[in-house]
Design a protein around this ligand. Sequence first.
Ligand code: NI
Length: 164
Amino acid sequence: MILPILHYPDVRLRTVAKPVETVDDTIKTLVKDMFETMYQAPGIGLAATQIDHHQRIIVIDISDEKNQPLCLINPEIIEKDGEIDWEEGCLSVPDYYQCVKRANHIKVRALNQQGKTFEIEADELLGVCIQHEIDHLDGILFIDHLSKLKQKRLLEKTKKVIKY
Ligand code: NI
């Protein structure tokens, strides 16, 4: 099922998501719907927050063929080092791209969609994408990392488009 994606400046994007306690059938169905929604958008990552569901779940697929689905439940960054500038976009902030500074290399611990703990090391696009999606679970958008001036311009542009 394709789920509607919240758009900035919707305040629900600011919700801090709660950990998943049990990876049960409800969660598995949600993960399936999140992948479907992400692929259809199309996007390379989606956090549950973006579909107004406030549990710590993210789905990612950075492959060109869209055949490498990665699901992280309750993800935790356990190591990070280096620094990288990467141009980011977001399904919740359509048609807007800016460079953001992130850790270049991260190690993440999470549960997979079967509820099993695993660890993954990531850098460049995948590392950036995981950091971007974990931010969503904490109510943070990539634009929060930009200068106040850029944020103000974006908000003005957005208000014009949706005509408050
Ligand atoms: Ni995003």
